[in-house]
Design a protein around this ligand. Structure first.
Ligand code: HEM
Length: 428
């Protein structure tokens, strides 16, 4: 499908690539240099043509309007997650998405609200105990436990236990080590055999728990499909439940981690959010939502989405040849001064109703189009419930934090975040 392609793709030349490698070879720097060439720009690594798409209109074109031309292709997580939603393609993907979609609408996730609230209460209890003793907590580990606990409870109707937590984190860590896109050839595939064994054990345990549950569970939905649908079997139940856990926990935990770091640097934003309205009010909920939206603007954890051009096409008037790797990078679109005024400033107010909503394609932390995140409402709900509970109750005093962001499968704080939790004196 070729539509009016009238100009040559602006490309970084070989000299720029040599300089980039000499300067440390960080992918984010290469992409930043390419973005300076325009909303659609390219470079070549060996015989591989890479096209970076950062302009809002062009992002829409690729993700929302032509998902059958720019397709997801050979995700390396498949070794661990099999044919679950994240890695599936074509008709099987469509069937699986249709099965799960109703569970993840605003209405659908209400069935799991008690589980979300129980996980929030568990964190608040832990933090209250820590505040009383002055213990230094690893905030990132607490947030990781929380977001895995939320999904585990929604899958099984039971709280997460420590041994399973350790198995899942070990499996998740192997995935997190995968680069979002590997331009430097020679990077060997991670050895996933331990991770697969850990993940299998956790999946078996989850299925056994869900079979005993009386409450609604996500695994219950999958098991019913395995009983009733001809193309659904128990291997797919395993793949799907692991996909939901892995796709859902690191992303949410990392977003919350960035949010606490941003609030540490901008404490007035915590107070502004809490003074927007009393506990439980729509005004406070909107202000907390704006904190989440602005965090995801600056740190869209799924910062890079690769696609494969299944046929030759045109993006923003530039020819994109079949076989090219097309990269969408919300991290760069969200920080483009042409798209967002003062993009480096943390200003949640830009998401509040009085100001302009972002134009389509200019904000896509959850992706866009048919392959957009199925768990977006779920993630926003769990983060909102946690923040509504802990922001008024605690003031984390951060004692240690990384100075750099790491850019692998996610953009994440590159090291532990340690904090002492003080009880907030004037609980708002
Ligand atoms: C802040 C939290 C989250 C962020 C930023 C996020 C981001 C994303 C993005 C950008 C995609 C699309 C990737 C692409 O187009 O290449 C995606 C897909 C997906 N996400 Fe999320 N996600 C989050 C939380 C969750 C949660 C909580 C779940 C499940 C409970 C989840 C499950 C999935 C699944 C299954 C897919 C694949 C959907 C498909 O291909 O049909 N995510 N996510």
């Amino acid at each position: 499908m070729v539509t009016a392609a009238d100009s040559t793709l602006p490309e970084l030349d070989a000299g720029e690539l040599v300089r980039w490698r000499a300067d440390g070879g960080r992918l984010v720097d290469l992409l930043t240099a390419a973005q300076r060439l325009g909303p659609v720009a390219g470079f070549r690594i060996g015989d591989r043509q890479v096209v970076l798409v950062t302009g809002p209109e062009e992002v829409q074109h690729v993700l929302a309007r032509h998902p059958d031309t720019y397709v997801k292709h050979g995700h390396r997580a498949k070794v661990l997650l099999g044919d679950g939603l994240l890695c599936a393609a074509g008709e099987p993907w469509r069937r699986q998405r249709k099965l799960l979609q109703p569970q993840f609408t605003v209405r659908g996730i209400r069935a799991y609200e008690p589980q979300l609230r129980a996980a929030v209460a568990a964190v608040a209890d832990r933090w209250r105990a820590a505040a009383d003793t002055g213990e230094v907590r690893e905030l990132d580990a607490d947030l990781r436990y929380f977001s895995l606990d939320v999904i585990w409870r929604s899958l099984t109707a039971r709280p997460l236990d420590e041994p399973t937590y350790r198995q899942l984190v070990a499996a998740g860590d192997s995935l997190a080590a995968i680069p979002a896109f590997a331009p430097a050839t020679g990077e060997s595939d991670a050895d996933f055999s331990r991770a697969v064994a850990d993940a299998d054990r956790a999946a078996e345990h989850a299925i056994a728990l869900a079979r005993q549950a009386d409450e609604p569970t996500l695994i219950g939905v999958l098991l019913r499909a395995a009983r009733e649908l001809p193309d659904y079997d128990e291997t797919l139940v395993r793949d799907e439940l692991l996909t939901l856990m892995v796709a859902g926990y690191e992303t949410t935990a990392t977003t919350l981690g960035w949010l606490f770091l941003l609030l540490d640097a901008h404490p007035e934003q915590r107070d502004l959010a809490l003074s927007a309205g009393p506990a439980g009010s729509a005004e406070r909920a909107a202000a907390i939502r704006a904190l989440i939206d602005e965090t995801l603007r600056l740190y869209p954890v799924a910062w890079l989405m690769p696609r494969y051009a299944a046929e030759t096409g045109a993006v923003g008037g530039h020819l994109v040849p079949a076989g090219a790797t097309v990269l969408l990078c919300p991290y760069l679109t969200h920080r483009d001064p042409e798209v967002w005024p003062t993009p480096e400033t943390f200003r949640p107010q830009r998401f509040l109703a009085a100001e302009r909503r972002p134009a389509p394609g200019s904000y896509f932390p959850f992706g866009l189009g048919p392959r957009a995140c199925i768990g977006a409402q779920f993630a926003v709900r769990e983060m909102t419930l946690l923040l509504e509970e802990v922001l008024p109750a605690f003031r984390p005093e951060i004692r240690e934090q990384p100075t750099e962001a790491g850019y692998r499968l996610t953009v994440h704080p590159d090291g532990p975040v340690r904090a002492v939790l003080h009880r907030a004196e004037n609980r708002l």
